[in-house]
Design a protein around this ligand. Structure first.
Ligand code: AP5
Ligand code: MG
Length: 259
């Protein structure tokens, strides 16, 4: 059964506290989920949370949260972040890093964490290294999901989200029982603003230019586990858990760098 989670401190930052402190794990997993937009990071984060208990911490969720604020509550930095997100561009590093730096409570949480969508640039990865060193915690692994571009576009263009409970669907691979309606709360499903074709194109370009180099960054540190994301979410989860287990047992040596 999925463990209860409350990401208040991640979503609100600052002094916000979780109502549900996750159980301290004998091995709290501290993972980064890496991969192109639409590869399935959020889907895997939910499934991994159910198995490992670590919280899904998504920077995209923080930025989407700005949309729910009234105009007058949005700071200039929040407005800039929202504009970037709607276009499909990356939010500038200084904005992302200032938000993450307010949330160190989540990084030192005894339940571990699943960082989804952060870091996304080498500068962010270096800043994360420093933040974690200050909290005296280390990453266990960086799970890099790989998927051909045509499948990425299919996944993004068919994605639907419940605006109320945030449950994700896909019109073909994960349809709701009643078309367009959330199974859990009966709310009408929506398409994400940045899942429009022109924003998808910008997001894929931003990924190739800024985020893809992180695979090499983490491979060189012996942290990268490359997992194909072509199979069902459940099979991808099993592959991820097997790779984590192998790494924990010392069986997984970092694969050689691609030439
Ligand atoms: P973010 O929210 O992180 O979006 P993203 O990286 O573009 O990734 P997505 O959430 O679109 O895809 P996903 O990999 O989670 O896939 P999902 O599981 O939903 O960021 C949004 C924006 O915020 C960025 O563009 C940027 O502007 C900004 N931002 C965020 N973090 C930032 C940072 N650190 N720095 C700068 N800017 C930042 O799956 C997709 C679909 O496929 C779903 O419909 C799902 O049901 C389906 N699916 C999933 N797995 C499978 C499967 N195995 N088989 C079939 N269908 C599947
Ligand atoms: Mg996501």
């Amino acid at each position: 059964m999925q463990g209860k989670t409350d990401r208040a401190a991640w979503l609100k930052g600052g002094d916000a506290r979780c109502n549900v402190e996750p159980k301290k794990q004998s091995h709290p997993y501290r993972l980064v989920l890496l991969g192109a937009p639409g590869v399935g990071k959020g889907t895997q984060a939910e499934l991994l949370h159910a198995r490992l208990n670590a919280c899904q911490l998504s920077t995209g969720d923080i930025f989407r949260g700005i949309k729910a604020l009234a105009e007058c509550e949005r700071t200039p930095a929040a407005k800039q972040a929202l504009d970037c997100m709607l276009r499909g561009d990356l939010v500038p590093d200084e904005i992302v890093l200032s938000l993450v730096a307010e949330r160190t409570r989540c990084l030192r949480c005894g339940g571990g964490f699943l960082l989804d969508g952060f870091p996304r640039t080498v500068a962010q990865a270096e800043a994360l290294d420093q933040l974690l060193a200050k909290q005296t915690v280390k990453l266990d692994a960086v799970v890099g999901y790989d998927l051909p571009t045509e499948q990425i576009i299919q996944r993004l263009s068919g994605r639907r989200i419940c605006p109320k409970c945030k449950k994700g669907y896909h019109v073909q691979s994960l349809p709701p029982k009643v078309a367009g309606v959330c199974d859990h709360c009966g709310t009408a499903l929506q398409q994400r603003d940045d899942d429009r074709p022109e924003a998808i194109r910008v997001r894929l370009e931003a990924y190739e230019k800024n985020t893809a180099p992180l695979a090499e960054y983490y491979r060189s540190k012996g942290l990268l586990l490359s997992i194909p994301a072509t199979e069902t979410p459940e099979k991808t989860l099993e592959r991820t858990l097997q790779a984590l287990q192998a790494k924990q047992n010392g069986g997984a040596k970092p694969p050689p760098a691609k030439r």
